[in-house]
Write a protein that binds this ligand. Structure first.
Ligand code: HEC
Length: 713
């Protein structure tokens, strides 16, 4: 069933439909002749553009080149000219996740927004060339419950590649938008899903997946032939059932670091985001995630390093054979990940030229690692880290605080499972020599009292059942929860630091014009002086910006493109983002393209103030509401926001007419009427569960009404 049908179902209910799509290009662009859809520069051209240190004409991969510095040497837009930067065009996108990194090849921008809906735009004019929709929500089943949508797209030899929520890796013809091949990267009944960008290199495409937060998942990454989709190799990141034999020596080695029947828990270690290709050594670097479940006492009897969780694992690009690993968090117990982007660079350290990998994982340290052998060169904290004071450079292991694996049942520390750095990428500028990190500074309390291997169970789907309770908060007395940090990876010292208005900020891009670009949830899209952090330019993007920007050159003109709109994990932090007035239904989602002397204008931003649904018959029933709250927190809050205060990734249910009618509520929540739009189906919720949920949501609506009456008094 599609949105239209449900629109009529909900007739009379206070539901705003998403705005219609359109393109706000300036009048003179609209008459421009449509460009030839294929201006491909050919294999030599795009291969050259993918090579680290290329001239920056294109942005053909998530981090621009194989080494993923999120840096372009282009300098037409620089510290002096940036004040002339203006919007050239914008194109509206339909509802769905806009927090995704676009790419550009030979004057065409490719985006994968929502659930991997691919679009091609002519870069100079914004003309939409084609759309390809893999209809992922309809075939995702329970996988949709963990869903936020696609974070990026890849390119190789006239094809673009996307992963889907249901686990397909799809090659799409870059000229026509027609699918060329599609493979299933995991089984239909497995609780895995793809949100990260695929990476294409040297005739192959590689993809991992997420899922280890809520299901017994054994992580892996798979490489496919870019032309045919044929599987080349698969590398598992944690060992499986020893009775079945290990796939390779690396798994046999890893198994020695696990205890008990770990394989029955999956183990985790998914490669959900970071993958980098080192062309110098023909090596793929995989950044692995947390344990499944998070609590090591459950999955490994509280013992062992649990290789290769929270590690960088180097494998041979051609064969997938293990080369080396560096484990960032031995015995991972906190949803810490090594899955944040890795920037490859050539640095001179202590007078020696070094081939390094730079990464700023969730745990708050900036690591510089020798990428030829995985040896740690240096590591220093870029936010307050109370879980460990330092990393031992000899052993590569952290000097952990006492009781940090909550051996005594409970522990409070910084940073948190949200990460001191999350998936919005950092950038490294070889020009300034600095790394720019969208840093997050929060505190967490873990508590597993009463949870044992005997009573632990996966609830399935979106259960938030980690084997430990986690409570993320703003540390007492702290005003700032987020920073833009500029850091020197050679000296391991801060160059500058800017406080941000919230913890959740956009991915970064650095340029040869001496600039750093970043968007923010308050709708500002800003260019900073890379050396000093001074704000040199800022535009109102008309919507929150959390996606990473890109830059490229067409016909001698430098453009900057970014996608505006709130997406990804914002729902979890709805209350922390409420001050920005972002709403799923009314926010804009747009592709924005800027260049010097751009003169296009955006319609004024609609700031959202929630208005409780009119509910004259409502009667308080605290017991029913409390029962509903616990279901909501387990199954709904991840998208609809803690306390039903949404952050922009799903509708604000306190304002929804759908909570007034048991029939409408049932058709959506139980029968799956809005699945095609990304609202999962919860067929296991009984009529009583649904009434409890409705009672909770109506209570939250009444709370909202009360609060707005108060604020007007
Ligand atoms: C993976 C994210 C996700 C989860 C989890 C989720 N929802 Fe939704 N929900 C959405 C999205 C996206 C929409 C908007 C769909 C559309 O555009 O029609 C939505 C729409 C709705 C609507 C219709 C609101 C309106 O005014 O149109 C209701 C009611 C709803 N959800 C209830 C729930 C309940 C109850 C739960 C938990 C049992 C839940 N949702 C879990 C994403 C989610």
């Amino acid at each position: 069933m599609h949105a239209k049908t449900i629109g009529s179902l909900l007739l009379g209910a206070a539901i705003a439909l998403p705005p219609l799509s359109g393109c706000h290009a300036p009048a003179d662009n609209q008459n421009e002749r449509s460009p030839a859809p294929t201006r491909d520069v050919g294999p030599a051209g795009w291969r050259a553009q993918l090579t680290d240190g290329s001239n920056g004409r294109d942005w053909p991969a998530f981090g621009r080149t194989y080494g993923e510095q999120h840096y372009s040497p282009l300098n037409q837009i620089d510290t002096a000219t940036v004040k002339r930067l203006g919007l050239v065009w914008s194109a509206d996108l339909p509802a769905g996740n806009p927090a995704t990194g676009p790419i550009e090849v030979a004057g065409i921008i490719y985006t994968a927004t929502g659930y991997s809906v691919v679009r091609a735009f002519d870069a100079p004019t914004g003309k939409l060339l084609w759309t390809y929709d893999p209809h992922a929500p309809e075939v995702s089943g329970h996988k949709l419950r963990q869903g936020w949508g696609s974070r990026g797209i890849a390119y190789w030899n006239g094809k673009v590649y996307v992963g889907t929520q249901d686990g397909r890796l799809i090659a799409v013809d870059a000229a026509t938008g027609q699918p060329v091949w599609s493979v299933e990267t995991f089984g239909k009944d497995e609780q895995r899903f793809i949100s990260g960008p695929p990476r294409a290199f040297d005739g192959m495409v590689i993809i991992g997946h997420g899922g280890a937060d809520e299901a017994p998942i054994r992580g892996y990454a798979t490489a496919y032939d870019a032309e045919t989709g044929k599987q080349m190799w698969r590398f598992y990141t944690v060992p499986g059932d020893p009775a079945k034999g290990f796939e390779n020596k690396a798994m046999a080695m890893a198994a020695k670091t696990w205890s008990g029947p770990w394989w029955t828990y999956g183990g985790g270690g998914t490669v959900w985001n970071a993958i980098t290709y080192d062309r110098d050594t023909d090596t793929i670097l995989l950044g692995t995630g947390n344990g499944a479940p998070w609590n090591r006492k459950i999955r490994s009897q509280g013992k062992g390093d649990n290789l290769f969780l929270c590690s960088i694992v180097a494998v041979d690009a051609k064969t997938g054979a293990y080369k080396w690993h560096y484990q960032i968090n031995p015995g991972e117990s906190w949803d810490f990940n090594a899955a944040m982007d890795m920037e490859l660079a050539d640095l001179t350290i202590d007078g020696r030229p070094r081939k390094v990998l730079i990464t700023a994982p969730k745990n708050g340290f900036l690591y510089v690692i020798d990428r030829t052998d995985g040896k740690l060169i240096s590591a220093k904290p870029f936010v307050t880290t109370t879980w460990a004071k330092s990393i031992d450079l000899k052993t590569g292991r952290p000097n952990e605080a006492p009781n940090i694996h909550y051996e005594n049942g409970s522990v409070t520390f910084r940073p948190t499972p949200v990460g001191a750095h999350s998936w919005p990428p950092m950038a490294f500028s070889p020009q300034s020599g600095l790394v720019y990190i969208p840093a997050i500074d929060l505190q967490v309390t873990y508590d597993d009292r009463g949870i044992t291997p005997a009573n632990f169970k996966w609830i399935g789907g979106m259960a938030l059942d980690y084997g430990v309770r986690s409570d993320v908060r703003v540390p007492a007395g702290e005003k700032t929860q987020g920073y833009l940090v500029a850091w020197n990876p050679v000296t391991q010292q801060q160059a500058w630091r800017l406080p941000m208005a919230s913890h959740f900020n956009g991915g970064l891009m650095a340029t040869g014009g001496g600039l750093v670009f970043q968007g923010h949830p308050d709708s500002s899209f800003t260019a900073y002086d890379a050396k000093t952090g001074k704000i040199l330019w800022s535009a109102d993007a008309g919507a929150a910006v959390v996606a990473p920007p890109i830059t490229y050159s067409v016909g001698g003109k430098q453009y900057v493109t970014v996608i505006a709109g709130m997406g990804t994990s914002a729902g979890l932090f709805g209350p922390m983002l409420a001050k920005f007035g972002i709403d799923y239904r009314t926010q804009a989602r747009r592709v924005l393209t800027f260049a010097l002397d751009g003169k296009a204008k955006l319609p004024p931003r609609t700031r959202y103030t929630p208005k409780a649904v009119d509910d004259a018959d409502f009667k308080l029933d605290p017991a029913a509401a409390a029962a509903g709250e616990s279901i909501f927190n387990m199954r709904c809050a991840v998208c609809h926001g803690g306390g039903a205060v949404a952050g922009g990734t799903a509708p604000d249910l306190r304002t929804s007419g759908a909570i007034l009618s048991p029939d409408v509520f049932t058709s959506i929540v139980h029968d799956g009427a809005l699945v095609a739009n990304g609202m999962p189906r919860f067929e296991e919720l009984s009529a009583e569960d649904r009434e409890h949920l409705r009672q909770y949501l109506r209570t939250r609506a009444a709370d909202l009404k009360q609060a707005s009456v108060k604020s007007h008094e």
